[in-house]
Structures are given as structure tokens and as C-alpha cells.
Design a binder for this molecule. Structure first.
Ligand code: ADP
Ligand code: MG
Length: 495
């Protein structure tokens, strides 16, 4: 508390004030308030003083700093009023000074902390903004992925209820999301696939393992679709994320192709048999003509008075031989036309197998006047094989060679017996025009044919390869040969 002159000099100061500013009374009384007021705070104080002297205000309060004797500054709260004489002339000011330095310091500290906090918050907010933008972008991406994907995406709970189905899945099944989410998904599974689906789902819930699954669904419009599933589970979220593909068309096509293949394979056999038929007719015709001739010979003999028994026996023997030949051919044909896939492997004379096979196509070879050269095969060589199948291989190769030469001037087919390391087999070469270089890689591919529809099936070589492979043998087009030459070899097995 103090009295201050109208010009600012200290007139009366108490000890409290002296303590605040660090001067003793004598020192302070020599100074004015202007001298110890912080320069930055002086003008606002002076403005109040002037207002008060003009009579505009009766009193004022303000927080300001004094400069202490030790040059440090101290915050105080100043409340001033003016003492006037009886005629209203100003005499002096009474100032009440309160030390608010501690509060100010705390305030400033608080402001500092506040500022720091604000900075931190600002930084954090900026980071959050980026994070939110990033999340929004990711979410948008996810959403458009979910909405636009042609894959069928669904989210299930572990209770088997569908939580969400993307537009592709809804479109595929023909149900609205509400129709799908309001019942257990298994209700629209094809009854025949239900047990298996439940088994796989239970296994997945138990172990988290999912080995893949395909099952059929009943669409709203009555169609049936086959879906192939990929599944990921997040048990802690009670969510199973699934992606499915509609494989209905693929599976149907596969089925059709398999059926078609079976048909064609059957056809190809019929085709081979058909070609054999003309040869066989020829083959049977020969012995039949002989038998027929011999029946006339017998009839003639019967007209004679004396017939030596030996003559009859000779004719009968010859007839018997011819009949045996016919029986052999017919048996061979019967054997050939049946499925030999499950026949047991047996030792079978290579020479015998060759001759039997040739008997099926001798007729064709003769009728086209093809020159046929065949190696003599020693009795010691035996295939360990399913004879009917190997005969089919040989016949396929022979038929190809016949096709290749039949309309040429020079018609030759050569069959050689091949012994190579631990393998034995046949090579069939012909004087045909050969095979174009870019056809070579396709020769053993099913359905590769250069022949007219109805004549070629493109299955002969692929079936032959299948058979030879199953015998652990090999079959190949011999590019080293000067003529068109195919070779097949089977392992030589000792008894
Ligand atoms: N000896 C051959 N000479 C020329 N081309 C051949 C010969 N053998 C096979 N080919 C070719 O290989 C193709 C496939 O033969 P193959 O699988 O037996 O089927 P297909 O005889 O029904 O056409 C034939 O169409 C033909 O182009
Ligand atoms: Mg063929």
C-alpha cells in the first residue's frame, strides 16, 4: 500500500511494498512509480492515470511488472484510487499493491504446458487426419473391391448365418441380402452336397483348416450353381471370410468333354473295327472259298465208285485247317473288340502277336496292293504284356501306314523286330509322304488328326501311347529314319 504523487513519486510506502520491490523505504521514496515499472507495462498504466485525472474513472486495477532492485521483475496487481480535496482537486493516488508473482509464474508455466499440449494435440490431430484419410481410402478400395468383384464374397458368423453377401454373390444366387442373411446358408445347399458340406464346415470350425470345397446351391430361380470356396476364419471376431467362384459352366463343360471323350474313344474302336471288317471279310473269304471248293471236290468224289479213304481224309484235313483259320480270326476279332484294360500281364510270343495282328489287316493290305515286308521273329522273344492291347498298338500303327501309302504309286510297309538294350518291340515304317515337322509335337496328342472327319479320330496314337506307357515301354516317331517310322518298345522281362 502506498501514496503516490500526481506526477508519480512515491510519497508513502509500507514495508510490504518494500519487500515486493527489494528497495528499502528511503531508496524507494527517492524514486517514482514510472522508474520501477517495467517499460512494457508503463504505457497502459499511464493511460489509466490520465483517464483518472480527467475524471473519467474513479479507480482502476491492472496487473503489471515492477523492476526490482536486483533487476529481476515481479508481477503485482495494482488497484489505484485518487484522493481529492474538498473542492474536488486531485491530491494524490492511493495504490494497493498485491504480489501476484507466484500466480503469474504458475500461469505462465501453465500457458507453456498448455502450448505444448496444444502442439502435441495438433500433431496428433494431423496424424489422425492422415490415418483417417488413409483408412477411408482403404475402406473405399475394399468396398469397391467387395462391390465390383466378380468373385463371390461372403462373410459368415460361426453360427453358419450369413452376415454379408456382395452383389456378385447375390446376383449369382438370385436372392436379396435380406433373404440370404435371414436364414442358415445351408438351407440353400443342394441336398446331395449337404452332408459333405456340414462335415467340412464342422472340421473347419474345430481345426481352422479348410482344404477347399465345391458344392451346389439352389438358386431362387430354380437353377443349380456349383461354387468353389476359399475360406479364412477369424474366431475372435466371430467372422468367417469366404470367396467363392462360380464353376458351374467349367464343371458342366468338363463333364461334357469327358462324355464326349468316352463316346469318341468308343467310336475310335468301332472305327478300327470297321476298317478291319473289310480286311476280315477278305481274310475269311479265302479259306471259305477253299472250303467251298473242297465241298464240291467231296461231292465229285461221292460220284465215284471207289474212293480211297486217304483222299477223303486229305480233303477233310484241308477243310479243317481252313475252318480253324476262320475260327482263329473270329476269336481274334472277339478278343480285340473287348476291353482289355484289366487283363493280366502274360508272356506272349512277339511273333505270334504280330501274325495275329496282321491277320486283321492282311485284307486291307492286299486290297490296296501294298508291298509288305515282315521280319521273322525268333520264338525266344516274348512280350510281358496284355496281348490284346499290344495288338491294338500294332494295328493302330499299321492302319496309319496303310492310310499313308494306300493312294500312292509306291506302297511299301516294313515291319522290323527291334531288340534294344533291355527292350524289345517293333518298328513300322512306310513309303508314305511323311509327317510335317510342325505336326510332330502333336502326334500323340488326343484328337490330333490330319485325316478327314469320319476317317481320322486322332486317338490312335494317343491310345497307343497310353497302352505302351502302362506297360512301362516307350513309343515314338523315329525322326532319324529315312522313311516314316514309328517304334514301340516294351521292357524285356525274363521269366
Ligand atoms: N505313318 C504315318 N504317316 C503319315 N502321318 C501319320 C502316320 N501315322 C500318324 N500320322 C499322323 O498322325 C495323326 C494322328 O494319328 P492317329 O493318332 O493314329 O489318329 P488318326 O489316324 O485317327 O488321324 C494322323 O492324322 C497323321 O497326320
Ligand atoms: Mg490312326
Amino acid at each position: 500500500m502506498s501514496h503516490v504523487s500526481l506526477t508519480g513519486d512515491w510519497l508513502l510506502v509500507n514495508q510490504k511494498l518494500c519487500d515486493i520491490v527489494g528497495y528499502n523505504k528511503e531508496e524507494l521514496l527517492k524514486l517514482s512509480f514510472q522508474q520501477i515499472t517495467h517499460p512494457d507495462d508503463l504505457s497502459s498504466d499511464m493511460a489509466f492515470v490520465e483517464k483518472m485525472l480527467r475524471g473519467e474513472i474513479q479507480t482502476y486495477s491492472l496487473e503489471k511488472r515492477y523492476i526490482r532492485k536486483d533487476k529481476s521483475h515481479v508481477w503485482i496487481n495494482l488497484t489505484v484510487s485518487l484522493v481529492k480535496d474538498s473542492s474536488g482537486l486531485p491530491l494524490y493516488f492511493i495504490s494497493v499493491i498485491e504480489d501476484i508473482h507466484k500466480r503469474k509464474k504458475m500461469e505462465s508455466q501453465l500457458r507453456g504446458i498448455h502450448g505444448e499440449m496444444e502442439q502435441i494435440i495438433e500433431k496428433r490431430t494431423a496424424a489422425l487426419k492422415i490415418e483417417i484419410a488413409e483408412r477411408k481410402r482403404a475402406e473405399k478400395e475394399r468396398n469397391s473391391f467387395y462391390d465390383l468383384s466378380s468373385d463371390l464374397i461372403a462373410i459368415f458368423g460361426y453360427d453358419g448365418y450369413l452376415r454379408a453377401a456382395n452383389p456378385a454373390l447375390r446376383k449369382c444366387l438370385g436372392y436379396t441380402e435380406k433373404e440370404l442373411t435371414s436364414r442358415r446358408f445351408i438351407e440353400i445347399i443342394h441336398p446331395e452336397d449337404l452332408d459333405r458340406t456340414l462335415e467340412i464346415s464342422a472340421e473347419f470350425r474345430k481345426t481352422g483348416r479348410f482344404a477347399g470345397m465345391e458344392n451346389r446351391y439352389l438358386c431362387k430361380n430354380g437353377n443349380i450353381v456349383t461354387l468353389s470356396w476359399t475360406v479364412t476364419g477369424v474366431p475372435e471376431d466371430d467372422c468367417i471370410y469366404t470367396v467363392a467362384r462360380d464353376v458351374t459352366d467349367i464343371r458342366r463343360q468338363e463333364l461334357e468333354i469327358a462324355e464326349q471323350k468316352l463316346k469318341i474313344a468308343a467310336n475310335s474302336k468301332m472305327n478300327a473295327l470297321g476298317r478291319m471288317a473289310s480286311g476280315i471279310a477278305h481274310e475269311i473269304n479265302n479259306p471259305l472259298t477253299i472250303v467251298y471248293g473242297q465241298t464240291s471236290a467231296l461231292k465229285k468224289l461221292a460220284e465215284e465208285d471207289f474212293v480211297p479213304k486217304s483222299k477223303i481224309v486229305t480233303i477233310a484235313n484241308s477243310m479243317e485247317k481252313m475252318c480253324e483259320r476262320i475260327v482263329r480270326i473270329i476269336n481274334g476279332l472277339r478278343t480285340f473288340s473287348r476291353d482289355a484294360t484289366n487283363d493280366p500281364l502274360e508272356f506272349y510270343s512277339a511273333g505270334k502277336l504280330l501274325n495275329e495282328t496282321l491277320s486283321f489287316c492282311h485284307g486291307r493290305i492286299q486290297s490296296f496292293e501294298i508291298e509288305l515286308a515282315v521280319d521273322e521273329v525268333s520264338e525266344e522273344f516274348e512280350f510281358y504284356c496284355r496281348p490284346v492291347q499290344i495288338s491294338q498298338v500294332l494295328l493302330n500303327l499299321l492302319n496309319n501306314s496303310i492310310d499313308a501309302v494306300k493312294s500312292l504309286d509306291s506302297k511299301r510297309i516294313q515291319i522290323r523286330f527291334v531288340v534294344e538294350n533291355e527292350k524289345i518291340g517293333f518298328s513300322i515304317s512306310d513309303s508314305g509322304a511323311g509327317i510335317k515337322k510342325d505336326h510332330i509335337p502333336n502326334l500323340f496328342t488326343p484328337f490330333f488328326t490330319t485325316k478327314e472327319i469320319g476317317i481320322g479320330t486322332g486317338l490312335g496314337l494317343s491310345i497307343a501311347k497310353g497302352i505302351v506307357d502302362a506297360h512301362q515301354g516307350n513309343i515314338y516317331f523315329d525322326t532319324a529314319s529315312t522313311e516314316t517310322c514309328f517304334v514301340f518298345l516294351l521292357p524285356r522281362v525274363s521269366k
